[in-house]
Design a protein around this ligand. Structure first.
Ligand SMILES: NC(=O)c1ccc[n+]([C@@H]2O[C@H](COP(=O)([O-])OP(=O)(O)OC[C@H]3O[C@@H](n4cnc5c(N)ncnc54)[C@H](OP(=O)(O)O)[C@@H]3O)[C@@H](O)[C@H]2O)c1
Length: 360
């Protein structure tokens, strides 16, 4: 593909937070060009009404209907489609759109940011989400992985593993892949309020969350099977993840700490923090968005960027790895753009290198 070619890009999930973040990244991307944003509830309305922070660059762009998106897909021989629709909606919507593209003889590439294509089987999905999968025959066309843990997707489309999963996998996979720990990992993760989406719900609404910190769904969070499956695909090890999620009093960001027991500390020096830091840096040496720090990472250094900051500490038999990411960027829209870059053979970093704002 020529460096100046622009790929028509469609976003599903219209007025949602993640769709807005995909839009923010795509309008600044050198190779993707907005062909439309689909809204189920507001077709025909100005997109800038939902995302006033993007108004300066959107002009009179208006939300598309599903029919509009189908005709866009039929027009363009190839296109990029990001789905930020809710789980339980995304699979069937993608299926209908891919069907329309197939009928027109065009070849869109999809990255689904919802949970719908994260599982290898419809049964595994239904066991966790308690409803039937929306398009079981499409599952084989999607691969779910953190881009840092799989160089090339063997399928035409990709499923993003999600925000908590991205942070936890970035911290855990090196420990397992390098055979440093016994495969029981204790995870504490704190997420900001944008992780719950745009619609205010009692329990995740700002007045409930601000100035407070509390855990929820301890050891039974529905993302645990997704994290377990992705870690197994990346390392060949089926580990136990004992995960306690928390609600944090901030809008954007995930702060996850993984602790585990080191193997072989009586014989070697693997608990030495300097050695562990060197191993972790080497593991991510070719991952442009992962930075391994000497000191504890902080949310403000990554918020609104696609970077993940990690630290690692060893003491005796225990190792602790902390990872911070932005849930909407690296944990959703940015990770999805990173995958889409790869699906179109673009540099992995295209459109994604802007640093964090620092003081948000
Ligand atoms: N928030 C995060 O940090 C995060 C991180 C990783 C993954 N995710 C996943 O990304 C997706 C979007 O999350 P979000 O936080 O942006 O949620 P959100 O703010 O609640 O937005 C979801 C949007 O989906 C659209 N929608 C609702 N029903 C629909 C339907 N029947 N058909 C088509 N579109 C429909 C709605 O926009 P319109 O009515 O305008 O279409 C809604 O605003 C979810 O699947 C979520 O699990 C979220």
């Amino acid at each position: 593909m020529s460096p100046t070619e622009r790929i028509p890009t469609l976003i599903l999930g219209g007025t949602g937070y993640v769709a807005g973040e995909v839009l923010r990244l795509v309008v600044g991307h050198p190779n993707f060009e907005i062909a439309g944003v689909m809204s189920d509830s507001q077709p025909g309305e100005p997109v800038a009404k939902a995302f006033p922070h993007l108004a300066a660059v959107l002009g009179d762009l208006r939300f598309l209907s599903e029919d509009d998106v189908r005709s866009q897909l039929a027009q363009h021989p190839r296109s990029a489609v990001f789905s930020a629709a809710p789980h339980g909606v995304s699979a069937a919507l993608i299926d209908r759109l891919l069907g329309a593209a197939e009928a027109a003889g065009t070849r869109p590439r999809m990255v689904d940011i919802s949970a719908d294509y994260r599982y290898g089987t419809a049964e595994a999905y239904a066991a966790v989400y308690k409803h039937a999968h929306g398009a079981p025959t499409r599952i084989k066309d999607f691969t779910c992985a953190v881009p840092e843990h799989l160089a090339t997707a063997p399928t035409p489309h990709v499923a993003h593993p999600g925000c908590f999963a991205t942070a936890i996998l970035l911290a855990s996979v090196p420990l397992l892949a390098l055979d440093l720990v016994t495969p029981t990992l204790f995870v504490s993760g704190v997420t900001g309020s944008t992780g719950s989406g745009r619609k205010p719900v009692d329990g995740t609404h700002h007045p409930t969350r601000h100035s407070d910190l509390y855990s929820y769904n301890a050891l039974v969070h529905r993302h645990i099977p997704e994290i377990t499956a992705c870690a197994a695909a990346a390392t060949g090890i089926t580990a136990d993840f004992a995960f306690v999620p928390h609600s944090g009093p901030f809008a954007r960001g995930i702060h996850a700490t993984v602790q585990a027991s080191l193997k072989g500390t009586t014989h070697g020096s693997s608990s030495d923090t300097a050695t562990l830091l060197a191993r972790l840096r080497e593991f991510y040496a070719h991952s442009p968005f992962v930075r391994v720090l000497d000191s504890a990472p902080r949310l403000k250094d990554i918020v609104a960027s696609n970077y993940a900051h990690l630290s690692i500490t060893g003491n005796g038999r225990t190792v602790a790895v902390t990872c911070v990411i932005d849930n909407l960027t690296k944990g959703a829209a940015g990770g999805a753009v990173q995958w889409m870059n790869r699906l179109f053979d673009l540099p992995e970093t295209a459109g994604l290198t802007a640093p964090a704002a620092g003081w948000t």
